[in-house]
Design a protein. Sequence first.
Length: 275
Amino acid sequence: AKEQGKNQAQFFDGKMEQTVCQKTMIETALYQAIEKRELKLFYQPQFDLVTGDMIGMEALIRWVHPEMGIVSPGVFIPVAEETGQIIVLGEWVIEEACRQIKQWNEQSGRSLQMSINISPKQFLQENLVNYITSVLKETNLPAELLDLEITEGVAVFNEKYTIEKLKRLKQIGVHISIDDFGTGYSSLSYLRKFPIDRLKIAKPFIDGITEVEEDAAIVASIIVLGKSLKLRVIAEGVETNEQLRILRSLRCDEIQGYVLGKPLPKEEFEKVYLF
Ligand code: C2E
Ligand code: CA
Ligand code: CA
């Protein structure tokens, strides 16, 4: 048992070293990426399920690395969140996305909405509301065309603080969506108190909607819940026509997913969806 304990300790040490090293590598490379402008936004369309119209898009960050190619946010966002780089990175996302949607709306004569992911650390930042206010002013973008996606975890981290902050965001007029709704293991009571606009049903439930009765039941309940709370409901990660059909029959409001469009870089998004 003693021998085993020793091995275990070594194993964990080795693993820890590797992770720390990996993190440091990503951290260093990320500083350069920000400077070298290797970060790009991709855009994925969101549709009204009743009219079929595109209502807006979600900005999803990519790191276009000269050697590694396109690095997914799943790899570097958690590191950036830990190192605090998420603040600089997140501010860049807000600015870039607001500038882009203002330009697209001007060029197309439409009023499309831009959804942006706000990470927990970013949401908790004291300066966030002022920062967003200044970007809206600078870009001259109507606040209601900016939608902030926050996760349930953020929402319930410190209820009092969160309500205060959400109220300030509502005051300036931006929209709030709860991302990955249903995966946060949180009580539903916060929905009564939080000034939010939209629930985004998490992909795992959508995945099972055609085959797993429980998943279909959960999705149906979220849609009903949303309706009675006067919130819009969007399903994300919709991949098949069968899923689309079921979501339509459940009267889900909005849809996002590969079945209707993958995230695309600016130029391609313009070609396919705008001009
Ligand atoms: P998320 O906010 O839940 O974004 C949805 C993810 O699902 C995106 O992955 C998107 O490309 C992917 N997706 C969309 N439709 C489908 C589909 O039909 N099938 C499948 N299999 N996947 C689909 P992505 O772009 O790799 O982003 C992963 C996560 O990284 C995001 O999850 C979000 O939490 C985070 N992220 C991305 N961009 C940003 C950002 O600018 N700021 C912050 N803080 N986080 C970001
Ligand atoms: Ca999101
Ligand atoms: Ca999500």
